[in-house]
Design a protein. Structure first.
Length: 366
């Protein structure tokens, strides 16, 4: 059995959805929709999907069983409600809505109509994040006490990528990408005790032609399981994206850029031998992880079957797992609650940035 699936919005990310749906054995691409007919036809150029410029008409005519929304965030609530109220499950590109209030409305409708709704949180399903989650759940580091996430080198606010609509956001393109590190922190450390537990500081270090509110964030909270969680997020600079999970019995270090996982499970301090072992353990885990990644890439190039493709492509992994959950009435791999807390963290960042004027940090003259 396959889900009759539609993709709405012909922007930057829609190609990933189109390719994944066509390749996935549990989905069939039956319709595409964009308000511009030229883009809608381009979306359907390499397949036999029906082309629509009217979203409501597509929902009523195309016998769709799953909708993928790849439209600007300002449109998410209205479009998602159109599907939910017809009983059609929806997968929405991040962030799930523009505000927390909009999220609450969508979550309420999902409960009322008993419809599956989720957000694309693909970075939580990369090979290294899946490995990190498995090892934490297995108890490899004992009781988790703290999680730190460093996420630098993100898109700066003024980068031209997704369209003019992104510049309407307080943090511009930087804010558009912020859900990724936020939901990673939530997956690794858990949800905050409540909204009052969230503490945020923001700054704007560069001068921009547009009036952006921030390009750097420090955020922290205590989780419902008493885990101390923190994140440092920065637009621009060199990409460094690392998750540290600190437990009673060790630390796991997930490098999202290299897709390698390092385990630190002994005391390396106090001697030159210990320091050498620290370097050896880190290097050994990185070499092993790199070799495994290279092998997987080679297998994909040689064979290309769907199981191999989805293991390496986190979007494909989410599409496949969510399709299976819908078809088999299983729990969704990305809970709607995770999307809600992502929005609460994002709104806390916006609030911190608007509490006072963001002033560019002056650069000392030589």
């Amino acid at each position: 059995m396959t889900l009759r699936t539609a993709v709405v919005g012909g922007g930057v990310v829609s190609e990933t959805h189109l390719d994944g749906i066509v390749a996935c054995p549990q989905t069939a691409l039956v319709a595409v929709c964009d308000i511009e007919e030229r883009r809608a036809r381009a979306m359907a150029a390499d397949n036999d999907a029906a082309v629509y410029t009217d979203y409501e008409r597509m929902l009523d005519e195309a016998d769709v069983e799953w909708v993928h929304l790849c439209t600007p965030v300002q449109t998410h609530l209205e479009l998602a409600l159109g599907a939910v109220e017809r009983g059609i499950p929806v997968l929405i590109e991040k962030p799930i809505t523009e505000t927390v209030d909009e999220y609450e409305r969508l979550a309420s409708a999902a409960r009322e109509y008993d419809v599956r709704v989720s957000a694309v949180h693909n970075h939580n399903l990369t090979p290294v994040m899946r490995a990190l989650t498995r090892r934490v759940e297995r108890g490899d580091v004992g009781q988790v006490r703290a999680v730190d996430h460093i996420h630098t080198g993100d898109t700066p606010p003024d980068a031209v990528m997704r369209g003019e609509w992104a510049f309407e956001l307080l943090g511009g393109e930087f804010e558009e990408g912020l859900p990724h590190p936020l939901y990673i922190l939530l997956r690794a450390g858990g949800y905050p005790r409540d909204e009052s537990a969230i503490q945020v500081q923001t700054s704007c270090h560069r001068e921009y032609d547009r009036d952006f509110g921030y390009d750097t964030v420090q955020l922290q909270y205590v989780s419902q399981d008493d885990v101390q969680c923190s994140a440092t997020l920065m637009g621009g600079g060199i990409p460094n994206k690392v998750v540290y999970v600190h437990g009673e019995e060790g630390t796991l270090v997930a490098d999202i850029v290299s897709q390698t996982l390092v385990s630190l499970d002994r005391d390396y301090s106090g001697s030159s031998i210990g320091r050498a072992l620290n370097n050896l353990d880190r290097a050994g885990d990185r070499v092993w992880g790199t070799a495994q990644n290279a092998r997987a890439v080679a297998e994909r190039a040689a064979f290309g079957e769907w199981p191999i493709q989805k293991e390496l492509n986190e979007h494909y992994y989410q599409f496949d797992e969510e399709a299976s959950a819908i078809l088999n009435d299983d729990p969704m791999p990305i809970p709607l609650t995770e999307a809600g807390w992502t929005m609460r963290l994002l709104e806390s960042i916006r609030d911190a940035a608007t509490e006072g004027p963001a002033v560019a940090t002056p650069t000392p003259e030589d």
